[in-house]
Ligand binder design. Structure first.
Ligand code: HAM
Length: 418
């Protein structure tokens, strides 16, 4: 038997088999909260292709992602790549069709993404992301709206301000810092990448990389320690405070983001205890639509991506994963095979009424069928019985209250509804 590829997951329904941590029920729970919160903020859902032309990423996403691409030549000899992120795709979609939509465009998506990374805690070779982006609004009110949405998505999953914090920063602040020290604008991204890796790199290595850029490590560290909010960040904080969400954010110039296309405010969501990698990250990228469309469209843009891997790990540790049982409304027990045809009629009746109904596909002992009903977490059982006079009645048994009632077979769905 061939094994699963490293860094890829099987999602099993619960209860989970031994050593299989990924639950399809938990995934659906997360997706449900993601969709529901995006809807409350007036975002519409979109999707794009999981396979894209390689060039969509090679000059737009930045060195780190490009080194992690799952790319290959397809049978038509096209250079293609599995999508490592959604932002270039949505930028292309918006550039193509923006005239059909009123601004600002507020869209979300739940793509599965692929990055050839070293498998480690919080990092796999495929993951799902909630992406929420706004196009066509340059006002800082949009930045505050996107951060508020990020906060509310995490709150919708049961996390509180004791669990997570949004570290808020600004590429412009760093750009001004770099310019003030005579930095070459063409090398700004190189500088940002050193800042991005600061927390993971040894100080000597960072200092060595900063020297040719004309910057001292101590100055960078002092700037981060002070983290004095620039006016553009203060506006966002004031806006969030007006909603009662100010306590969820803190200015932290230690965040700068690795991706190349960010141009303004950037942010990352972390667990407060600092046990996990980033839960989400995003920011403003006002030039990407123009770049992707080679100047045909030009819209300011901003958004975030939240991965399911770190999020699921955090929810488990904080005991915020609900128990997933009881999805079957009724199990129809067929103990008398002469009543199988009539029982199938009841099963169909329940399903057409929108109920989840199950039954034994082949003849089986009554106690086995009942045990199976319990395993399925059924709310009730239904059993057709033939009376002494030959009339058939349905016995509905509530498995929680043990209450029983008898109705005509054609009335089962209605009796359950009442
Ligand atoms: P990103 O920071 O590369 O941003 O990814 C966002 C989140 O996805 C991360 O914080 C992390 O939770 C999760 N993630 C990333 N890579 C992996 C992985 N290999 N395994 C598990 N989880 C992972 C972006 O992708 C941007 N495109 C987000 C964005 C949208 N910016 C603006 N709009």
């Amino acid at each position: 038997m061939s094994d699963r590829l490293p860094g890829f997951r099987d999602f099993y329904p619960e209860p989970l088999p031994a050593n299989e941590p990924w639950s399809c029920d938990l995934r659906q729970h997360i997706f449900g909260r993601w969709r529901e919160t995006a809807r409350r903020y007036g975002f519409r859902e979109y999707d794009g292709p999981p396979l894209e032309p390689l060039e969509l990423y090679t000059n737009k996403s930045g060195a780190e992602i490009v080194a992690q691409l799952f790319n290959f030549a397809d049978k038509g000899d096209r250079a293609v790549s599995m999508r490592p992120e959604m932002t270039p795709t949505v930028a292309r979609m918006v550039a193509t069709a923006e005239r059909a939509y009123k601004k600002p465009i507020k869209w979300f998506s739940l793509p599965q993404l692929f990055r050839y990374e070293k498998q480690q805690k919080g990092r796999l070779r495929e993951h799902f992301q909630l992406n929420c982006d706004i196009f066509g609004e340059s006002d800082a009110g949009a930045d505050a709206e996107i951060v508020a949405l990020l906060i509310d998505v995490l709150r919708a999953l049961g996390l509180t301000h004791e669990d997570f914090v949004i570290r808020l920063s600004s590429r412009q602040a760093w750009q001004r810092f770099f310019a003030a020290r005579g930095g070459d604008p063409a090398r700004a991204y190189e500088f940002y990448q050193v800042v991005d890796k600061l927390e993971r790199e040894r100080p000597e290595v960072s200092a060595e990389k900063l020297a040719p850029l004309g910057v001292k490590l101590e100055e960078v560290q002092a700037f981060i320690t002070a983290s004095i909010p620039e006016p553009e960040l203060q506006t966002v904080i004031d806006n969030l405070s007006a909603r009662g969400l100010g306590g969820f954010v803190k200015v932290d110039y230690g965040v700068i983001r690795g991706l190349a296309y960010y141009t303004g405010i950037v942010f990352e969501a972390f667990d407060r205890k600092g046990e996990f990698r980033a839960i989400a990250g995003g920011g403003r990228y006002d030039q990407l639509v123009k770049q992707v469309s080679e100047g045909k469209a030009d819209l300011p843009a901003l958004g975030f991506g939240m991965g399911d891997v770190v999020l699921a790990e955090l929810l488990k540790v904080r005991k915020l994963v609900p128990s997933f049982t009881g999805t079957v409304d009724a199990v129809v027990l067929i103990e008398d095979e002469t009543l199988r045809a009539a029982s199938l009629g009841v099963v169909q009746q329940l399903r057409e009424a929108g109920r989840a109904a199950d039954y034994s596909l082949t003849p089986a002992k009554g106690d086995k069928q009942f045990k199976r009903a319990l395993e399925l977490g059924a709310t009730r059982t239904v059993r057709l019985e033939r009376g002494a006079d030959g009339t058939v009645v349905a016995k509905i048994k509530d498995l929680k209250t043990r209450e029983e009632k008898w109705v005509a077979p054609g009335e089962v769905a209605t009796a359950i509804a009442g």
